[in-house]
Write a protein that binds this ligand. Structure first.
Ligand code: HEM
Length: 398
């Protein structure tokens, strides 16, 4: 491993394991149990568990046999919250149409514009604080940054002068909504009380959507929804999807990449050769895999690697294990063709915000290394969260 050490790799792996355990002990246990099993294996109560990258893509690319909307898929959760129209949406033609219409907003250029508009000032302030020798909390920043992006996407005009606190609150509302899905590894049916709480959170975070839907320009997601004649209820549902999909994952991917680059001792390589930045981002997201499990339901009987999966059964694709099979974080590792970008999923639901996510991680690494190396002075893992991450990650210029 050029640029890093074996000790560095071990330290990084220990911190990652601690994050997974603290954040989601059930997931940690599942990852440990599945580490040495066959590439596809049936687990009691959970269903089929896939750990191989090629089989993972085989399942995610096969929408005819594996769906999101039945019991076991995230679409099932969404349809309980937003009704039948949303249930139809995930598996139907409207989904492809919305993606096609929104595509140009999420290209590399679109992502750069969104990140600069909603987050640029925060990165600049962070760089100034580091240059003054201050200790900054990168984990807190990732939550504020995610909140800023969500406010932009949802057309929320938070009060002038409200400062970072309003964005932290927006992030935490999304976190509370996602946490309600925490108990769904064994079943994706939401009890009435949970649904009630979830609807209250949705009403709060989408409070700006009605006005945005009426008035937002065609260069925004809400404006596009209006142009397509999607209607306000579906627009609220899609806005919520956007708000949830990219916040915890984005925050986790960013702070963990910052930690991985530091812990493996590979910062020096990046400082010596800034053209390695895209590699650092790719490796950070591969090793962290902030969406460690992707659920699907079997729509029709299917054979995968010689195993017969029956209609109605569930599949858990353990992207975390599939991605990490290639080895530890290595800034010099070339693109891994087996995994491709499995941390963003694959097939028709491939992450729409992939370019946004990459841009955010890159901006954070650039900010932290702008005037030399950084060191981590303290850290604390988040407890009981959907996406394992740091609760705090205190960083200072070295
Ligand atoms: C490191 C950060 C991120 C990771 C690891 C990630 C990962 C994923 C994965 C694995 C999926 C597929 C889920 C499935 O197939 O069931 C997905 C879908 C999605 N992501 Fe991301 N995501 C990230 C950031 C973002 C951001 C920043 C946004 C928005 C700005 C976003 C928007 C979406 C949307 C809208 C979908 C649903 C796409 C569809 O169903 O067609 N994601 N993401």
């Amino acid at each position: 491993m050029r640029g890093g050490t074996k000790t560095g790799a071990k330290i990084a792996a220990r911190h990652e394991a601690r994050l997974l355990w603290a954040g989601n002990p059930g997931l940690y246990a599942l990852l440990q149990a599945a580490r040495h099993t066959a590439p596809i294996q049936r687990f009691p109560r959970l269903g089929w568990v896939v750990t191989d990258p090629l089989l993972a893509r085989r399942v995610l690319n096969d929408a005819a046999h594996f769906g999101m909307t039945g019991e076991g898929g995230v679409g099932h959760l969404w349809s309980q919250l937003f009704g039948e129209e949303m249930a139809q949406f995930f598996g139907g033609p409207r989904h492809a149409e919305v993606r096609a219409r929104a595509r140009d907003l999420f290209t590399e250029d679109g992502a750069a514009a969104l990140v600069e508009r909603s987050q640029g000032a925060h990165y600049r302030a962070l760089a100034e604080r580091l240059a003054r020798g201050e200790v900054v909390d990168v984990a807190d920043s990732t939550r504020v940054l995610a909140g800023r992006m969500v406010a932009d996407l949802l057309g929320l005009r938070l009060e002038e002068g409200a400062g970072d606190e309003a964005y932290r609150e927006l992030f935490s509302a999304g976190e509370r909504l996602a946490a309600l899905a925490m108990g769904t590894t064994a079943s994706t049916v939401l009890p009435a009380g949970v649904l009630h709480r979830a609807r209250a959170i949705v009403a709060d975070i989408t409070r700006g959507v009605a006005e945005g839907y009426r008035t937002a320009g065609a260069d925004t997601i809400l404006g596009r929804c209006r142009q397509m004649g999607l209607g306000l209820p579906m627009t609220r549902a899609l806005a919520t999807l956007l708000a949830i999909a990219g916040t915890e994952t984005g925050a986790s991917g960013t702070s963990r990449t910052v930690a991985l680059l530091h812990d493996t001792g590979q910062q020096a390589a990046l400082l010596a050769d800034p053209s390695l930045l895209p590699n650092a981002v790719r490796e950070g997201l591969r090793v962290a895999t902030p969406a460690p499990v992707i659920g699907r339901s079997v729509r029709r009987d299917a054979t995968v690697a010689g195993r017969l999966l029956r209609a109605g059964e569930r599949v858990l694709v353990l992207t975390y294990l599939a991605d990490n099979g290639a080895g530890p974080f290595d800034i010099h590792r070339p693109y891994v063709p087996e995994t491709r970008q499995l941390w963003f999923g694959a097939g028709r639901h491939l992450c729409l915000g992939a370019a946004v996510a990459r841009t955010q991680v890159a901006r954070m690494l650039q900010t932290l290394t702008a005037s030399g190396p950084y060191r981590i002075v303290a850290r604390r893992p988040a407890r009981r969260v959907l996406v394992p991450t740091y609760a705090s990650l205190l960083v200072q210029a070295a």
